[in-house]
Write a protein that binds this ligand. Structure first.
Ligand SMILES: NC(=O)c1ccc[n+]([C@@H]2O[C@H](COP(=O)([O-])OP(=O)(O)OC[C@H]3O[C@@H](n4cnc5c(N)ncnc54)[C@H](OP(=O)(O)O)[C@@H]3O)[C@@H](O)[C@H]2O)c1
Length: 262
């Protein structure tokens, strides 16, 4: 069975593991605190996880390494034995830096998941790099299987586009929180109580997510907007004040920040 070494035992490691079927991999966990690794293993009894104190314990296993640590922790872990794959979720850490720590992997994956991972609904952007291009297909299959365990995934062609996905999915849940809270406040302003307003907005988001599976946003907008009607009036007000442009600019700012340009 393929060995999988999870480096880090935080929220994302837990979210990913929850989606992995037991007995798919022989799983190991490594972190800077062995007691936390042990606790992590105990929390997932069905996966029979082995906590390790030193990465060298996996020397003969040609493992997949799943890097789920904070970027500043990368320097703590390295090895020069052969690896099947290094799959990193670290925001803002390029493949080049990962190769320095793990020079002998067949392939390297950068993944940018989002908060949806907590409920197996991550929107994950994926980029693959293999020093020898022949390994890339197999690496992509491994990476996609891992990614689908905690949501949906989209391949991108360049590493730069991983940062671009901050706009669409990395930061966007926070932008949608602003929209949701504004609509709850609007309901209260119009006379609904906070519970009613909140329940109605949540149900609207659920219905909207379901509709998006088969319709694009423009089609949904057309369905809701009668000519010269109430929704058209509200939309026109928002458009005149640049609502869409401001949202787009906000997403752009987040991406610039991820790229270290501001
Ligand atoms: N959560 C998300 O939605 C999300 C989305 C996209 C990308 N990411 C990326 O996923 C990674 C993990 O995020 P998370 O949400 O799982 O964070 P988390 O719950 O805070 O877990 C962080 C992990 O990193 C380890 N760590 C922190 N500083 C370290 C250091 N200096 N040396 C060694 N290990 C260190 C922690 O170990 P200790 O407990 O021992 O400190 C822990 O295992 C981050 O790189 C983040 O950029 C997360």
């Amino acid at each position: 069975m393929q060995s999988l070494l999870i480096v880090g035992y935080g929220n994302l490691a837990r979210s990913i593991l929850k989606g992995i079927e037991p007995n798919t991999y022989e799983i190991f966990v490594l972190g800077r605190d062995f007691e936390k690794s042990q606790k992590f293993a105990q929390d997932f009894p069905l996966h029979s996880i082995t906590p390790v104190e030193n990465i060298q314990e996996l020397k003969e296993a040609k493992p997949i390494i799943l890097l789920c640590i904070k970027p500043k922790g990368l320097q703590t872990f390295s090895c020069d034995f052969p690896l099947t794959l290094v799959y990193s979720v670290m925001a803002g850490v390029g493949v080049e830096s990962i190769i320095k720590q793990f020079p002998n992997a067949l392939a390297y994956i950068r993944a940018m998941p989002n908060i949806g991972a907590l409920v197996k609904k991550s929107a994950t952007a994926l980029y693959a790099y293999a020093p020898q291009n022949s390994s890339i297909q197999e690496a992509k299959e491994h990476a996609l299987a891992l990614s689908l365990a905690f949501g949906n995934a989209v391949w991108v062609e360049s590493e730069e586009l991983i940062d671009s996905s901050i706009a669409t999915s990395g930061s966007s849940p926070a932008f949608l929180c602003l929209v949701a809270q504004a609509l709850i406040d609007a309901g209260v302003r119009e006379g609904l109580n906070a519970t009613q307003s909140s329940m109605l907005v949540k149900a609207t988001f659920e219905g909207f997510a379901e509709l998006l599976k088969t319709l694009n946003p423009q089609e949904i907008k057309t369905l809701v907007t009668s000519p010269a009607g109430t929704t058209a009036e509200g939309l026109a007000y928002l458009e005149e004040r640049g609502f869409k442009g401001i949202l787009e600019q906000g997403a752009h700012r987040s991406t610039l920040k991820a790229k270290g340009k501001i």
